[in-house]
Every structure is written in C-alpha cells, then in structure tokens.
Write a protein that binds this ligand. Structure first.
Ligand code: NAP
Length: 303
C-alpha cells in the first residue's frame, strides 16, 4: 500500500500532524521507535500550555493519542533506519519492513544529551537517569543530584524535591538558563542545594552510583548521592535524513515556519527542526502546519 502520508515520530508534533492529516482525509501511517507521547511524558505537570494548567505530561499524551486513534490512525512501533525521499513515492525502511507514501512528515524529535564525563555511560540505568518522572520514585527519601541549568533541569529538581530527602542541583554557570519562575521556585525550595559554576568531573561507583566528583574552578570535592539525573539538553534524531537533505551544524533540519524542507513532499515538525523555541505549543503548531502543507502538496500533485 502507498499511504498519502507517513509520519515519523509519535510525540506531540507527529500526533498533531496525524490529527490534522486524518481530519483532512489522508491515509496516514505513523511510525514510532519507542513509547508514544514523546518528551512530554517525562514532564510531571504541563504548566505553560494554554488553557491546560496542571495536566500531567502522561495525561496530555494519552488524551492526544486517544484523539488520533479515534480517527483511525494506523500506527507501528518501529524505528526508522533509512529513508528515501526523492521522487513522488517516498520509502522508509525499518528493521521489519519497508513502507511507502506520497509524502513524509519527519517529527522524530530529540534525545537526551550526555553529560560526557567518566562513569556516565557505565552507570546509566544503575543510578544515572535522564528522566525524573520515570525513575524518581526509586529515590524516595534519598539524596540525588540533577545536572543542568535549563528549564528541564529546574523542572526535574522541583519534581525530585517533592520525593527525595535532598536534591543537589549542579550547574556550570552562575545563572540559570531556564525560566525565571522555575528558578525562583528552586531557590525557595528548602531541600534543593545549589552548586553553581560547578561541573561533574566524574560519576563514581562500583555496581551503582555512589558519589560525584565535583569541580569548582580548580578545587575538587566528592559528593555522596544515590542517583544522578542528567538534564543537559537534547540532540536531534535526524541521522536518517542526512542522505536526502542538508542538516545544520547542530544536526537540526533547516526548515522555516512553513515546515517545508528542500525536498518536495518531505516536511519536518517539532523539536528536530531548527527553531528559536522548543515547547509543547510550538511542537503542536508545527504538526498542524506540516500536515496542512502535506495536504496542499498532495492536492497539487493530483492536478
Ligand atoms: P537547555 O535549555 O538547552 O539547557 C541545557 C542546560 O544544560 C544548560 O544550562 C547548559 O549549560 C547545560 N549543559 C549543556 N551541556 C552540558 C554538559 N555537558 N555538562 C553540564 N551542563 C551542560 O535544555 P533543556 O533544559 O533540556 O530545555 C530544552 C528545551 O525544552 C528548551 O527550549 C526549554 O525551554 C524547553 N523546556 C521547557 C520546560 C518548561 O517550560 N517548563 C521544561 C523543560 C524543557 P549552559 O547554560 O552553559 O549552556
């Protein structure tokens, strides 16, 4: 079968694209490499999406998923390995199969960036985590560290402060990059200890994380912790695209607000696109714009 549209990625951008495309009458296949819902499922409370204050990320994703399934979405849990987007019929290959469509929306999102210090990879899953909502409950009443200074690190620290005995927030600069309202809440929390202008030189532990070696200037010291939550940003999941379009120096797709790439019939939506603001609301907006552009592209092809 040749679908009208294939969507790669089942996060907010991909699911919103599916919503608009299905309502626009297209046949749609959505491919998702892991769990549906995308990054938002690791957010305890979505407080900056218009009109939905306090909704949890998991609830948000489930509602969106139910909304598109009710429209008859075909969804497969398969990781896209290769993509050929030249020509009128585009092909995507996964481990299990090859799929074809007349247009593609790439909405594969981003993955957590590594801190890049010794011990991190060896102890991942053994005390090193990239998602407080997923793993935080394992550290109830214990001492953890959060690394980073963006909104994600501040959100993770606040969430963990409600569960853990103590949260050490370690950031390499003197100021936070994240939202001021979150930084104020972090400073006001009684059990979040700030370590500014400090980096993690090493994560130490035999079978599990035991301590961090911290470096402030030239001074080093050890900090005993039970777990480490890295929140040092994200990187795009665009590798399969590199064969058919040029990515920017950070690996993002250099498409504008219209979500069109240099390849006719190939659109990009969400955090994997080069953009000034990566938020739930901009991911949803991209999904709507990309699906509408795909519908228009297919109509012009039929003429
Ligand atoms: P981010 O804003 O890029 O912040 C990453 C942080 O990690 C920065 O403080 C950065 O330091 C630090 N960092 C990067 N590499 C590091 C390394 N190797 N070692 C130590 N620190 C390192 O990323 P984010 O916090 O994941 O946020 C990503 C996007 O999602 C943003 O647009 C953000 O607004 C959005 N977001 C929003 C919310 C919310 O609104 N509630 C929640 C989560 C995420 P520097 O400051 O020195 O660069």
């Amino acid at each position: 079968m040749v679908y009208d549209l294939m969507i790669v990625g089942g996060g907010t951008a991909g699911l919103t694209a599916a919503l608009y495309a299905l309502r626009g009458g297209l046949s749609v296949l959505l491919l998702e490499g892991s769990a549906p819902g995308g990054q938002i499922i690791s957010t305890p409370s979505v407080d900056n999406y218009p009109a939905l204050p306090g909704l949890s990320g998991v609830d948000y994703a489930q509602k969106l998923l139910a909304q598109v399934h009710a429209l008859g979405l075909t969804m497969r849990y398969e990781q896209v390995l290769e993509l050929s987007a030249t020509g009128d019929i585009k092909t995507v290959r996964t481990k299990k199969a090859e799929y074809q469509a007349r247009s593609i929306i790439w909405a594969a999102g981003v993955k957590p960036r590594l801190i890049g210090c010794p011990g991190e990879q060896r102890l991942t899953g053994r005390g090193v985590s990239y998602c407080a909502t997923c793993d935080g409950a394992l550290y109830r009443g214990r001492t953890v560290a959060v690394i980073g200074g963006g909104s994600a690190a501040l959100t993770e620290a606040l969430f963990l402060a409600g569960i853990c005995h103590e949260v050490h927030l370690i950031h390499r600069r003197a100021e936070f990059r994240g939202e001021a309202i979150l930084a104020d809440k972090v400073r006001a929390a009684g059990n979040i200890i700030l370590h500014m202008q400090t980096v993690v030189a090493e994560i130490i532990g035999d079978k599990r994380v035991e301590k961090l070696r911290l470096r402030t200037g030239t001074a080093e010291r050890d900090l005993a912790v039970d777990g480490v939550f890295a929140a040092v940003g994200r990187e795009p999941e665009n590798a399969p695209l590199a064969v058919c379009i040029e990515l920017d120096e950070q690996g993002y797709v250099p498409a504008g607000e219209d979500c069109r790439t240099t390849q006719p019939g190939l659109f990009v939506a969400g955090d994997c696109r080069r953009k000034p603001l990566r938020q739930l609301v901009t991911a949803a907006a991209d999904g709507a714009v990309a699906a509408t552009a795909a519908i228009e592209y297919l109509r012009l092809q039929e003429r």
